[in-house]
Design a protein around this ligand. Sequence first.
Ligand SMILES: [Fe+2]
Length: 468
Amino acid sequence: MTGYELGFRDLTEEVRDRRLEVEGRLPGWLDGSFVRNGPARWRTDDAEADHWFDGLAHLVRFQFDDGELRYTNQFPRTDAYRKAVGDGSFAGQFSSSGSYLGKLKAMLTGDATDNANVHATRLDGDLVALTETPNWIRLDPERLTYRGPLSYDDELTAHHVTAHLQRDADTGEHWGYFTKFGRTSEYVLFRIPEGTTRREAVARVDVNRPAYMHSFALTRNYAVLVEPPLITHPSKFLLPGQGGFIDNYDWKPSRGARFRIFRRDSGELVEERRVSPFFSFHTANAFETGDGEGASADELVLDLVAYDDASAITDLSMGALRAADGGFPSGELRRYRLPLGAGKASYDRLAGDVEMPRFSPESHMQPYEHVFAQSTEMTDGNALVRVDVSTGESRRWEELGVFSGEPVFVSRPGGDGEIDGVVLSLCLDTVGERSFLLVLDGDLTELARAPLPHIVPFGFHGSYFPSH
Ligand SMILES: [Fe+2]
């Protein structure tokens, strides 16, 4: 694939509040900032990270104001950054094997990384960069500079944490879960009340063989852990000489995948649904159906991107990605129906070759029609798609030589329906050898693009924060 390797080339340049030329026209109502996180540097003088997920955290910020666009990018000067760049070594952050959950081993031995390169959100009035260790960091919301570790106003011990918090707009709470490893390990479902950094445990489940879980599902009354049969025994992390992710986690398809369904109000585990094995990083939306509200819901509808097995993780090593025949693993968008009470869980395939599913924030936890996603069909570029979850029909935006990133949907204030807004995506133009911010309308028609002064490597997740 031509130019694909540019998306894994190290970036070192940082710029602050640079005005970008806009080709096309930005909607006047777009008034806020789009922040995206991701790894952007894998090499220092003497060291190299092996896995895409292990590159140094790098955040970009696009500030929309009255039709103008300003750009800032920054590597937060965390301990991980200073050790990697200052000392010329990745040692201490990553396992000796350099692989992804080697970080967990370091964490259990008291040396967790603060390389928060996965997602961005706002907590307690601050911009926070998230990763899968509890070492989240606070950032200056404009300059993106490092303000220090996020300290939690609680006594909970977490080891592996989701970076995909979900905010309930009705209550202002953020919801998430973590795994605590031990003789008996635990999954802990928690909420963070608005305006705090206090994780309140809502539910705890003992598990002998905890699974690797990346995101979860939330409906008005339920929270669902999605547990693929990619499992570990925690003692493996503590044994000297053990390797990283793949050595510590085993794919056990005979266990099947499990949905663990909790009531949000009581924390009660009301259902465990076992289904055919799959691996998943990302859920899309979820909602309840049925005549009644809450407790009388008939079933949960849960959309996610599924893979046949856990090779989706090994396929993301830097060696595989930088190889000429590299490419992203191919997942399919599925709609699972999980009955509450009698009945069998089932799923429909909605679309193939997609990742990074997003949807209108206005539709969160409600029946909805449209998932926006990145196509993982990558030949001289990849498309952004919009999938109609009722019919499976899709439309797409694509341009030869352009690789597009996660499509973040921003609703127009006072808008009419779930596609009244814009899609923001940080793209790589491999022909022009530059990145640009792409702005599409809800039908995936281009409204504007703004070239950046450099190439930003392929990254992970972002959030849009309105100014008002
Ligand atoms: Fe993710």
